[in-house]
Design a protein around this ligand. Structure first.
Ligand SMILES: [Zn+2]
Length: 128
């Protein structure tokens, strides 16, 4: 079933979900692996390229929620960026339908818990 782009006023078919990437630094200031989280937005070819972390007025909250208490590393909030995940990909499927039992071995360690109603992406500043 095709999805319509979530951007207000856009009639195009959505093919992508944004994935937030948060660069992390350890306690001695060395870069470690990015923490990532897929957002429950569906966007078309054009709008997936336009989405920017600055659009989200609650970006810092979202990032802190994404990181949780699982690491002592520090996020670089100035360098947060989006990449994209195909709505047809296994990665997105895992986000929508996380394994119900013994899920830990199947989930990348640096991903947010996909079953949570996270992240709340509102409010967007520029909906048009
Ligand atoms: Zn669109």
């Amino acid at each position: 079933m095709p999805h319509q782009c979530n951007r207000t006023g856009c009639q195009e078919e959505a093919k992508w979900a944004p994935k937030l990437n948060v660069p992390m630094f350890n306690t001695i200031g060395q870069p470690t692996q990015d923490i990532t989280g897929i957002f429950g937005l569906k966007l078309c070819d054009e709008h997936i390229e336009e989405i920017k972390p600055e659009e989200f007025t609650n970006l810092k909250e979202v990032v802190l929620q994404l990181i949780g208490s699982s690491t002592a590393d520090t996020p670089d909030l100035e360098s947060v960026y989006f990449s994209k995940v195909s709505l047809d990909s296994n990665e997105y499927e895992l986000f929508i339908n996380p394994p119900k039992i013994a899920s830990e071995p199947f989930r990348p360690k640096n991903m947010a818990t996909p079953s949570a109603p996270f992240p709340r992406l509102l409010p967007l500043r520029n909906l048009n």
